[in-house]
Structures are given as C-alpha cells and as structure tokens.
Design a protein around this ligand. Structure first.
Ligand code: AMP
Length: 305
C-alpha cells in the first residue's frame, strides 16, 4: 500500500563537528520519502520556490517517489540553517525561512485523496489540519511537529492531536508540548487527547512507542560514527510508516517491528549529509542491519535455579 506525505521540501545548511554543507536537499517530506521509498510507494505534497534546484530531486524520482503533488511557486524555497555541537542529539536552529510555505495551501491531487497511509510531516500545523479535510479515511494518520510550531502555533498543534492516530516527537518536544518532565506521563497526556500511539524519540538513546496498554523500546543502532543527525527523525518515520504500509498490518507485533525499521532507517540517514546515504543504501544493507538490531537486543532470561 502507498503512503502520502505532506511536509517541508527544503534547502538545508548544516554545520556539525565533522563538516559543513550549504543549501543541500532537506525538509521533513524529503527525508521521509527518501527513507520510506525503500519499503513502499510514496507520494509527496509540498511546495518549492522558483529557486529550487529541481534536478536534485531526480535521485528520489528514480527511487519511484511521486512528486505530482509538489507545487512550484514564485518566491524562495523553505530554508533551514542549523548547527550541532558535540551533543548530536540536539539541533540548534540558526534560521528558519518559510519562503513559499508561508502562503502555501496544500492541494491533494484527486488520485492521492484515498491514500491508506498519511504522514503529516513537520510543517505548519494549520497546513496539517487543512490536509485532513481533503483526505478520505486513511487507515493510519500519523503526525510529527517540532519546537518551532509548538511555540508559535500551540493551539493548532493541540487541535491536530485530536485527529491523528499516531504522533512522533522527540523527547524535548514531548516535554515542551505537555509540560511534563516524565516521558511516560508526557505520552499519557498526548494519548488522552486522541492518538492511540505515541512515539518518543531520544536520538542516540533510542525510541519508545507508547500505547494505552504497553510500552516498547527500540535502541538506536550503535554507529561508530555519526556524521550529521539532520533528518534522523523523518527517516525514522519513513522506515516506520513505510514498513506498516508495505505490510498493511497494524497489529501490535507488526508495529513493534516497524519501530525497529524506523530505528534502522534513522541510523542510515545520519551516516552522511542530507539524504546522501539514504540514496545509496541497499535493501540488503537494510536487511542486514535489521538482523544486527535483533542480535543487539537478544537475551535470555536466566532460569531460576
Ligand atoms: P529532523 O528529522 O527532525 O532532523 O528534521 C530535519 C528537517 O526538518 C530538516 O531537513 C529541515 O529542513 C526541516 N525543518 C526544520 N525546521 C522546520 C520547520 N519549522 N518546519 C518544517 N520543517 C522544518
């Protein structure tokens, strides 16, 4: 089954302790589709400005990503500038330039309105709500957001929670949104507003999936070197939802497997700048890392004497 993602298609300028990249391909929808395209068919709805180097999207098109819902508007593209210091878990936003996104009104093409899986990637929550008016009963609606929107459009983020099945956030965003320090309480606070699943990502410390009845934890894959953490969250979401869409199975056991796919795809994203690594990773490498993850967490409970 296919996934529709609505989110930012951006140009990122990123500085990490290991190097610098300017105006490289970025955006929540871009990272999500680069990741999910390894597992299922993905369509992107978003907007780029007249300055966007469209040819840079070719590698994604070659991977089968459908950009028929990507508009091109007069004006400048969304740009994000960020920096990571030695704590690679937290990005410092130096600049967010919304450009054509500030006047964007998403139009979901007719053929995509019945997409069974919908990911409302990080973007203005008013746009995320607007998209929900245009789609027909997806099997799963998931959303993401970030500190920028929690701060500037809190009421809209809260309204959005009432209409989604699943939320993905990182730990600091979950704390900011819920004003709870404890993450179990933060997840409960979110679930009380509607979503049946809450995924809280903790960067190199893994991710939790909370439901009303259970908590599942997936470690992050222990990489020897992390180069650029940008996009890890969206690549995680791409692996997670991409796998759910590919299998069409929303059972608890399958959602747990999907979290591990999320963790694996996030780990590839951070090995290079931008979507570079997600464009070269092979299915065999993904399968191998899934097996490595299984070994990483395997243990047997000691039998009583
Ligand atoms: P993450 O997966 O959380 O590291 O997301 C990284 C991507 O989010 C970058 O490629 C940015 O272009 C994009 N981004 C940063 N700020 C925003 C924002 N306020 N709204 C939408 N996308 C953003």
């Amino acid at each position: 089954m296919s996934v529709l993602v609505v989110g930012s298609v951006a140009l990122d300028s990123v500085e990490t302790p290991f190097g610098k990249a300017d105006d490289v391909l970025g955006g929540s929808a871009t990272f999500f589709s680069a990741s999910a395209s390894h597992l299922t068919k993905v369509s992107v709805v978003g907007v780029i400005g007249s300055d966007y180097p469209v040819a840079k999207l070719d590698p994604l098109k070659k991977r089968g990503v459908d950009f028929s819902g990507l508009e091109r508007a007069e004006g400048t593209s969304f740009r994000w500038r960020g920096r990571y210091r030695h704590d690679l878990n937290s990005a410092e936003t130096l600049e967010t330039h919304l450009g054509v996104f500030s006047h964007f009104s998403p139009k979901i093409p007719d053929k995509l309105r019945s997409s069974p899986y919908l990911f409302l990637a990080n973007i203005d929550p008013r746009l995320q709500l607007d998209v929900l008016q245009q789609v027909k009963k997806p099997k799963l609606v998931a959303c993401d957001t970030m500190n920028f929107w929690i701060q500037s459009r809190r009421a809209d983020v809260l309204a959005l929670l009432e209409h989604v099945d699943l939320v993905t956030l990182n730990d600091s965003e979950a704390r900011q949104l819920t004003e709870k320090v404890n993450l179990v309480q933060a997840a409960q606070w979110i679930m009380a507003r509607g979503p049946r699943h809450v995924i809280i990502k903790k960067g190199e410390h893994g991710a939790f999936m909370f439901t009303e009845k259970s908590i599942f934890f997936a470690p992050a894959f222990p990489l020897e070197s992390v180069f650029d953490p940008t996009g890890a969250g969206d690549a995680f979401a791409g692996g997670f939802i991409g796998y759910l869409a590919a299998t069409g199975d929303l059972s608890e056991a399958n959602m747990r497997r999907a979290v591990i796919y999320g963790s694996v795809m996030g780990s590839f994203a951070v090995e290079k700048f931008s979507i570079e690594r997600l464009m070269t990773v092979t299915r065999a490498e993904i399968d191998q890392r899934m097996r490595d993850m299984r070994r990483l967490v395997a243990f047997e409970e000691e039998l009583p004497a």
